[in-house]
Design a protein around this ligand. Sequence first.
Ligand SMILES: [Zn+2]
Ligand SMILES: [Zn+2]
Length: 490
Amino acid sequence: MRHLASLVLAAAVASGACTQTPAEQQIVDDAAEAVGGAERILAVKTLVIEGEGSNGNLGQDMTPDAIGQTFTVTDYKRAIDVGSGRVRVEQTRTPTFTFFQGQQPQKQVFGVDGAVAYNVAASGNATRANDVVAKDRRAEIYHHPITILRAALDPAATLSNPRTQDNQSVVDITTPDGLMFTLAIDSTTKLPTRVVSMTDNTNLGDVAIETSFADYQDVDGLQLPALLTTKTDKYTTAELRVTRQAVDAADAGDLAAPAAAASAAAPVPPPVMVTVEDVAPGVWWLAGGSHHSVLVEFADHLTLIEAPQNDARTLAVIAKAREIRPDKPLTHVVNSHHHFDHSGGIRAAVSEGLTVIAHKASAQYFQDSVARPHTIVPDALAKNPMPLKIETVDEELELKDATRTVNLYRIAGSPHAVTLLMAYFPQERILVLGDVYTPGAALTPYAPNLMENITARKLSVDRIVPLHGMIGPYGDLVKVVQAAKPAAAN
Ligand SMILES: [Zn+2]
Ligand SMILES: [Zn+2]
């Protein structure tokens, strides 16, 4: 009925003496006029944006809600060929926090050219990125006033749902190639204030990617923002202060994908492989990928340490655990810390009925995580909703029965995260941990703090059973920490 009523209304408007522009079109027209006029916008071929700012550390900060860890971004240059869907970004990022890859500046070069997303390594070698990355980068092209208005002005675009929010006029735009965006403009200046699009995030589910625009300046007769801030959900992921921007400049460069990437097939995730290594009677190391888990047998149940990465990895690990001991129920999963790659399988574990054991500073995050909608890419929990069962750890928690003792200890004071737990097996003299020490890693910035925790707890350890890398003798950790001492004294 509402549809019919609006058709009647539209017909009445169309037959009226003064034809009125639909509200959704008016918002786009107003924005185009404020930015420099539709004709001028449609004539733009390339944009070059240079600046500096910061990137966030989404999903890898000290606590689930923190946004304090940032990379300082310098030498930023973004070149966009607005007509052909090509963009290339170069930037140098320098961590302002204790980063596992070290503190040195890293140059990054990446882009998308139609269906081909690519990354260029420091060596100059270009590799193709997967189709999910390509899709997100294609959407990101429209997170700028010029590109979104060009798309909205295309007669093949669909404009809908005009509305007012917080003194802004808002309209939904479906581009001719089927991508969906929300554009907001300032009710007074009519300049675009933000562009929003939705995507899937393994941990957060349906998330809004929002780029907001401020500090408009005149560039060759166009009003362009000099401050761009990007958020994923509520987390700020990038802030850019523009130092130079140019329209149709000579230095846009060649934005075609490098030949090595363009000629390669889009990579697909390798098949999930779960290998089993006996660590001690009733203790198995489940490896075979980049993120490992440990299965622990108790008298009447099994406990898994770590549900990493995503559904595919964690469901395969759970299946393997049940295969190893089919006669005992797998009832619990311990989370080493909240970081996205180490908690990306928690929803899958919940869908399998497991009780989560995690540091108390992660509890709210897991409550939220389990409640979040995953409609864009429905995961195991979206298909099989289950409530979260969680037991939290403050400083320590003993998992003990007649056959087994496992002590979960918080790793206090680590610069890696505040939610870190390690699992100590006093009889077997093994220590299970993730990220704070990876045997064989070139850099071990978190190892000295780990050693302080081991010493303070007076733990007797023979072997480190890590959640990355290979199982190694405790003596290797001792050597790493001793080697770090002279450097720390400098
Ligand atoms: Zn981590
Ligand atoms: Zn890790």
